[in-house]
Design a protein around this ligand. Structure first.
Ligand code: MN
Length: 232
């Protein structure tokens, strides 16, 4: 067998809550504008269908429970936004997965932040250019440990909140998603073959805003506890 010309990058593995095992990440999908009130604050009606974009796997930043994880403030932006999101981790996949069978693909759930260079994203929208510089930059995906569905049960509702420096900025309920979790999995599986190891950031509720170096972000989702980062 041929050798690689240099050492290949390591598989990105996320801790599983209360376990020594790791969840190996394959791809990171994100749902855009999946809460009507967030779509409205971004200048849309809230009735358009959601859509998908991706982050690179190595943009994920594992956030340990009970610690404040440092996340570097990225270059080339003066308007870095937080987007608190529920992340779904797949243990199996397929193509054209029916909505009724989509929950069976879920290995677990995690807290996540879809960090966004809003100034660069807005410029991309205006120019009709792709979103990578706004969404897919290094350290753009802080994510907590994976909580197995075998432990949490299937999540369909519950509060999702984000505090910045102790002040409540985002508060909603998972029932407010335009496409619920099985609908997102089913729709996405019609566009891409999903596989074990795929993550789906399921969209953010209203209340997004900017943070600066030194700001502390505390995210909570019912049933998944909380996680905390500081921008450095
Ligand atoms: Mn998002």
């Amino acid at each position: 067998m041929a050798d690689y010309v240099f050492t290949p990058p390591a598989i990105v593995g996320l801790p599983i809550a209360d376990s020594n095992q790791l969840f190996p990440v394959r791809r990171v999908y994100c749902v855009g504008r999946n809460y009507a009130e967030h779509a409205k604050e971004m200048g849309f009606t809230g009735r358009e269908d959601p859509f998908f974009f991706c982050k690179p796997t190595d943009a994920l930043v594992p956030v340990a429970t009970g610690e404040v994880t440092e996340v570097p403030y990225p270059s080339k932006t003066s308007n870095l936004h937080y987007e608190m999101e529920l992340v779904v981790a797949l243990g199996s996949g397929g193509c054209d997965i029916p909505v009724e069978r989509a929950n069976d693909c879920i290995f677990g759930y995690a807290l996540g932040l879809d960090m966004t260079r809003r100034d660069l994203q807005n410029e991309s929208k205006k120019q009709g250019r792709p979103w990578e510089t706004g969404k897919a930059f290094d350290h753009s995906g802080p994510i907590g440990p994976i909580h197995p569905r075998a432990v949490t049960g299937t999540i369909t509702q519950g509060s999702i909140t984000l505090h910045v420096n102790g002040s409540l900025k985002q508060t909603s309920d998972l029932t407010q998603m335009i496409w619920n979790i099985p609908e997102s999995i089913s729709y996405l599986s019609g566009l891409f073959e999903l596989k074990a190891g795929d993550l789906i950031f399921t969209g953010t509720p209203e209340g997004v805003g900017a943070v600066v170096k030194g700001d502390k972000l505390l995210g909570r989702i019912a049933g998944l506890g909380e996680f905390e980062i500081v921008m450095v």
